[in-house]
Design a binder for this molecule. Sequence first.
Ligand SMILES: *Cc1c(COP(=O)(O)O)cnc(C)c1O
Length: 232
Amino acid sequence: MNTHHIPHQHQHILARIRAATERAARPDGAVTLIAVSKKQPADAIRAAYAAGQRAFGESYVQEALDKQAQLADLTEIDWHFIGRIQANKTRQLAAHFDWIHGLADIAHARRLSEQRPAKRPPLNVCLQVNLSGETRKGGVMPEAVGALLAECRMLPGLRVRGLMTLPAPAEDEAEQRRPFRALRDLRDRLATPDCPLDVLSMGMSDDLEAAILEGATCVRIGTAVFGARPLD
Ligand SMILES: *Cc1c(COP(=O)(O)O)cnc(C)c1O
């Protein structure tokens, strides 16, 4: 695959993130780019890594494991799972990822905790919240997050880091900001000193500015970094 465009596009996204962070009067470095590499070949990840990228997001377990095996020499990668969790894949997720973004089911949480290898630190998780009323992408309803959080916090193999949302696309920035602000408000209500929920995983290529203005700490961007997905 031709990967020559990746460093340039990567720089362009980082510049957009930096500009939005500045506009939000937030400190430089407050927002992490998760480069969504699903359906991209290992070479594309290698090119982004060479450009300095370290956090990569994957959605399909077997595909991710295949690429991880090819990229074992890139020791500084943080692997984020951003796809739909299936109960029969939790063992592989627990063993091969650093972060899980879409946790929304206590049964999945229990399995991930039990299956997290003892030699690894607890698995970082974000609880996915459904804020635009759409069920297509999953997530728990806002009023159910407190109960899920309380249960997940008791699981020794997990470390609940924050909340994630994937709202329906919206046209203008004011409308884009609404679910992101709702996620931040929910976090503010649920955070405690020993569980600050300081990660807000929200924002994609079309709405990253809105998300950063509302406090996103990581944005998930795929095609704007890598181009179209060749393995699709
Ligand atoms: C695919 C995906 C992204 C990135 O989408 P692009 O259109 O490639 O930027 C972000 N978040 C989630 C949950 C995804 O599945």
